[in-house]
Design a protein around this ligand. Structure first.
Ligand code: 5AD
Ligand code: SF4
Length: 427
């Protein structure tokens, strides 16, 4: 979402004739688009600002903080004099950036706008996108769920959705520019709701846009997967058979104090339904270890669910207390750091084996992959692409264009990638 928001910011400022430079040292203004979801993301921003000021020495530079950290910590950011922040804009205030920058150049108080809107969806801003293969497109913003650990409802405000017609207009433009894949974004993307239709209606409409071959979405909440949507996913070849299902914890008491609104049993039956109805679906999840009061036995329940569902991928996090959240007010952060580390390491070990087993099961299969730019061109001699399930596939050097589709056979697998030989181009 932040990458996408940065594309919005680029577009808003380009309209005002700001020029974007590739090297930080050449910039007169540097903006950091921040995340507040965990303390670590936070510390990174403080580190970056200090380094930036240090590297510049006496040469002037305006530094702006954008995004969730801005909303959450306006006071703290301005009060920390050593940080020297010039302006602040929350996630609903990017259209005010030209004004904020003008004010920041002046002598007065440092400007900020962290107002949260019930309406802002940036539906009238076309993002300045970099990559020409996958386009992110936010179809809704905000979250009404208030999971007790999470800061998002406070930093990004209430849920609001763009109209289907407005999203389709943008997707048609993307197809005309040659984009092959769109990823629909939202803090709670499957809670998308507009008078023109629900999330399934939106996905269906996007899949009718000629030229768009693959559609992905992130991040959903397990509570909003109606049968209508599952059937659409099964039957529509353009909708990738990849589902992120954040579990967070596998114990019912912990799920309850997290306010996740489902039980372990309900989650398990949903996962089973997905597997039964969408053959070959790739499932991933998020887990938080060490939520306040989580006992060893309760953590064992999470391990049991992980072993039972056998997710293809799991993202794991140590609980990080965030100011203002319900959990921070109700429960002391009482699981020790050592305990959290022990639990995350154990879970990692178990999941690594499951991921490897899942990846190895693909050996011998024929997949269609979309060729991508490697994330680190120097470290990989092989080419890379992604299959329908979103897994990274490497294949030997050859005359294949980024953005084209290839038919490959999977020959080997590690916990991180599938390796393949190319059978044919598939364009
Ligand atoms: N501490 C640790 N992890 C968190 N997440 C959200 N809030 C916190 C927190 N306070 C994780 C959840 C969510 C993912 C995006 O980040 O697992 O699904
Ligand atoms: Fe945070 Fe829960 Fe909303 Fe996801 S659904 S953004 S975890 S409050």
């Amino acid at each position: 979402m932040n990458e996408y928001d940065s594309e919005l910011v680029r577009s808003i400022l380009r309209k005002e004739n700001y020029e974007f430079v590739s090297k930080e040292q050449d910039a007169d203004i540097v903006m950091l688009n921040t995340c507040a979801i965990r303390e670590k993301a936070h510390q990174k921003v403080y580190g970056r600002v200090h380094n930036l000021r240090h590297d510049r020495g006496d040469k002037p530079v305006l530094i702006g903080i954008l995004g969730c950290m801005a909303t959450n910590l306006r006071q703290e950011i301005f009060e920390d004099r050593s940080l020297k922040i010039d302006f602040i804009a929350g996630p609903d205030s990017y259209k005010r950036l030209p004004d904020l920058i003008r004010e920041a150049v002046g002598e007065g108080e440092k400007p900020y706008d962290v107002t949260l809107s019930e309406f802002e969806t940036y539906s009238d801003v076309t993002p300045s996108r970099k990559d020409g293969i996958n386009a992110w497109i936010a179809v809704m913003r905000g979250c009404n769920n208030f999971c007790t650990f999470c800061v998002v409802p406070y930093t990004r405000g209430r849920e609001r959705s763009r109209s289907i017609s407005n999203v389709i207009e943008e997707v048609e433009g993307l197809a005309a520019q040659g984009f092959k894949q769109v990823t629909l974004l939202g803090q709670n993307v499957n809670s998308y709701r507009h008078e023109e239709g629900d999330f399934a209606d939106l996905m269906d409409a996007v899949s009718r846009v000629k030229g768009i071959e693959r559609i992905r979405f992130t991040s959903p909440h397990p509570k909003d997967f109606p049968d209508k949507f599952i059937a659409l996913m099964r039957d529509n070849p353009k909708i990738c058979k990849q589902m992120h299902m954040p579990l967070q914890a596998g114990n019912n008491r912990i799920l309850d104090v997290m306010n996740r609104t489902y039980t372990k049993e309900e989650f398990l039956s949903l996962a089973q339904k997905m597997r039964d109805r969408i053959p070959g679906v790739i499932l991933s999840t998020d887990i938080i270890v060490g939520f306040p009061t989580e006992t060893d036995d309760e953590f064992e329940d999470t391990i049991k669910v992980i072993k039972e569902v056998e997710f293809d991928v799991a993202f794991m996090f140590k609980y990080s207390e965030r100011k203002g959240t319900i959990a921070s007010k109700k429960f002391p952060d009482d699981v020790t750091e050592a305990k959290k580390t022990e639990r995350i390491m154990r879970l990692n070990e178990i999941q690594k084996e499951i991921t490897l087993k899942k990846n190895k099961a693909h050996i011998g299969e024929v997949h269609t992959i979309l060729v991508e730019n490697p994330t680190n061109p120097r470290s990989l001699r092989d080419k890379v692409g992604r299959n329908d399930g979103g897994k990274l596939v490497t294949f030997p050097e050859g005359d294949y264009e980024v953005g084209s589709f290839l038919k490959v056979r999977i020959t080997d697998a590690t916990p991180h990638v599938l390796k393949a030989e190319v059978l044919a181009t598939n364009s």
